[in-house]
Structures are given as structure tokens and as C-alpha cells.
Design a binder for this molecule. Structure first.
Ligand code: NAD
Length: 322
């Protein structure tokens, strides 16, 4: 197996699950500067304990290396990307360079190396402000951010490689992933930092704001099922939502984080962000039918578990700042 973005939040968790399942895994990551390298290095410490894990620090657009690594693999799990909706509005360049050109380069390297089984991480952001719950068959997709647009471009490239080159691709539209090790720029992690340091949380816009928050364990389960699915037939590209099928308001989320930390939240209103959908919610019928996917972690258990990890990861530092 080759996993791109292996030092990332989701990639490291996927590598771990694949190693637990007995696979040989080659992880690729360039330590993209979107957030601190030491956070990513920290995730690799755990993975490097397995003799079946090999890590290559490389950009996925380095074609000769990718072809060489893929020549020894049967499955590609492509998770490397520049993530983050809001940052993509301010600076779209890296999103196009990494998510579109990077995905094109990876698919082409896979084709040349003879790898036909691919799992690709897309995003709920491709739906934009479509009516929730979001259904994969929806054709009226209008991503609201460059990030969402680059993910949709990646999906279309995957479909073209299935049609033209016999690839079997599972495209997973992931919904707001959280859990231990979450990226520092994401809502749950960012809010926890603000709450322990006594700073107010900015709530963007005065309208309803709801997200389908998905625990990383459920996402890993979805990826593992998708890997299995790529083995079961011929050329095809299927898109499946990976969420929980439940929308949680931002206010409820903040309260859950505050309760887990044992603090009272202070929330201030701020203008709505460009690129943010008001509501995301996954319809899971297709993921259930195609992959047998069934989420198991509710925010009521997932958020306290995240906070346990947060308090260990940041130790006294997080409390001392409060
Ligand atoms: N976290 C979420 O809520 C979420 C939601 C929807 C989709 N996704 C998608 O899931 C995937 C993983 O997201 P994440 O939250 O773990 O993000 P992450 O930033 O933690 O992981 C992505 C990894 O890819 C690496 N990378 C970036 N460009 C690269 C390149 N050119 N070559 C090699 N490595 C490169 C980065 O260094 C990083 O370690 C991404 O494709 C993201 O778009 C995530």
C-alpha cells in the first residue's frame, strides 16, 4: 500500500490501521508548511515502530520517485493535499498546485506503475451550499471555495482514469473530521486552545451553522472498507459520503468542548466567512450500500475523547495558559 499525506492527521491514522491489519505500508509526505512540521514528525514516531512501515519524505509531484514506490504496491490511498476552506479563499495558488496538479501527477504515476486500485480523499466542500442532506448523485454541485473546487477537480480526474485506464477508484467525500491528533487549524482543536487560554471563541455569522462532525475512527473505517472495495471488481469510480448523518450546531459543539474542559465558554460574534457553507450533512445510504460503512462515534463521546488527547498532548502548557 502507498499512502500519500502519511504524516497528516487522517493519513497517519489510516497508516496505523493498515499496519494493524498486517499490510506493508509506504508513507509519502512532503511536510507541507500549512502547519508545523514537528506535529507531523510526532505522528510518524508511532508509525516508525512497525518494521512494515517505510517513510519517504517527498512531494507527490516527484514523478520518478512516485513511480518507483508505486511499482511495488497494489493500492494507492491518496490523502496528500492542502486542506482548509478559509485559507483557500485568501490564497488559492497552493490548493491548485497541490490538490489538482498533485492529484493528476499521482494518478499518472499510478498508471505508469500499473496500480489500478485507488482511494481518494475528497470533501463535503464540493457540495457548497447545496440543500442538505448531501447526496452523491446530486449534479448541481457548486463548491463555494477554491478548496472545494480543487477537490471536485480531483474527483473528475479519478473518474477519467477509471474510464480511460481501467482504474477502480473509491472517492470518499469526508465531512469535518475531528478526533485525537486533529489538525491545529480545525474547529474543535482551535476552540479548545481558545477556551483553555480564556480567550473568546469567534462565531462566524449570525445564522444557523451546522456541521456533520465525523470522528477520525469512523473515517479510518470508511477508508479501510474502500480499500477492500477496490479489490472486488473491475474498472469503476464510486463516490461515497463519509460522515455521520447528523448535523450538530456550532453552539452545541462549543458547549461540548467547554464541558469537557470544565470551563465556561465566551462566544463573540464575527462576520460570516466567504467559502463556508451554512450546513453540511451527509446522506449515508450509498456508503452503506457500496461500502457497508456505518459510523459509530457520536460527538457526545468523540469530543470528550478529543479533549483527553488534547490535555495529554499539551500537558500543563494548556492549563498554565488558562
Ligand atoms: N480533516 C478534515 O476535516 C477533512 C475533511 C474533508 C477532506 N479532507 C481531506 O483528507 C485529506 C487529509 O486531510 P488532513 O486533515 O489529514 O490534512 P493534513 O494537512 O493533516 O494532511 C495532509 C498531508 O499531506 C501532506 N502534503 C501536502 N502536500 C503534499 C505534497 N505535494 N506531497 C506530499 N505530501 C503532501 C501534508 O504535509 C500533510 O501531512 C486531505 O486530502 C483533505 O483534503 C479532510
Amino acid at each position: 500500500m502507498v499512502v500519500t499525506g502519511a504524516a497528516g492527521f487522517i493519513g497517519s491514522a489510516v497508516c496505523r490501521a493498515l499496519l494493524d491489519a498486517g499490510c506493508h505500508v509506504t508513507g509519502i509526505d512532503s511536510f507541507d508548511p500549512f502547519y508545523a512540521r514537528r506535529v507531523k514528525e510526532g505522528r510518524l514516531v508511532m508509525l516508525r515502530r512497525w518494521a512494515r512501515f517505510t517513510f519517504r519524505e517527498a512531494d507527490v509531484r516527484t514523478t520518478p520517485l512516485m513511480e518507483k514506490v508505486l511499482a511495488r504496491a497494489d493500492v494507492l490511498v491518496h490523502l496528500a493535499a492542502r486542506a482548509g476552506v478559509r485559507a483557500s479563499v485568501a490564497e488559492p495558488g497552493p490548493y491548485i498546485a497541490l490538490n489538482v496538479r498533485g492529484t493528476a501527477a499521482v494518478l499518472e504515476a499510478a498508471r505508469r506503475a500499473g496500480v489500478r486500485r485507488v482511494v481518494f480523499a475528497s470533501s463535503s466542500s464540493v457540495y457548497g451550499d447545496a440543500a442538505a442532506p448531501f447526496v452523491e448523485a446530486s449534479t448541481a454541485l457548486r463548491p463555494m471555495s477554491p478548496y472545494g473546487a480543487t477537490k471536485r477537480a480531483g474527483e473528475l480526474l479519478c473518474r477519467a482514469y477509471a474510464d480511460q485506464h481501467g482504474f477502480r477508484v473509491a472517492v470518499l467525500r469526508l465531512f469535518s473530521v475531528y478526533g485525537p491528533g486533529q489538525r491545529p487549524d480545525q474547529a474543535v482543536h482551535r476552540f479548545a486552545h481558545r477556551l483553555v487560554s480564556g480567550r473568546p471563541i469567534e462565531r462566524y455569522g449570525d445564522g444557523p451553522l451546522e456541521r456533520d462532525y465525523t470522528h477520525v475512527d469512523d473515517v479510518v473505517n470508511g477508508v479501510m472498507r474502500a480499500v477492500g472495495w477496490t479489490e472486488t471488481g473491475g474498472a469503476r469510480c464510486e463516490i461515497c459520503n463519509i460522515g455521520t448523518g447528523r448535523a450538530v450546531t456550532i453552539d452545541r459543539l462549543i458547549q461540548l468542548i467547554a464541558d469537557s474542559l470544565g470551563v465556561a465558554p465566551v462566544v463573540v460574534m464575527a462576520p460570516a466567512h466567504d467559502g463556508d457553507a451554512a450546513r453540511t450533512l451527509a446522506d449515508l445510504n450509498k456508503a452503506r450500500t457500496v461500502l457497508g460503512y456505518c459510523p459509530t462515534v457520536a460527538v457526545e463521546t468523540g469530543v470528550p475523547e478529543f479533549i483527553q488527547w488534547f490535555e495529554v498532548a499539551y500537558g500543563r502548557q494548556s492549563r498554565a495558559a488558562s
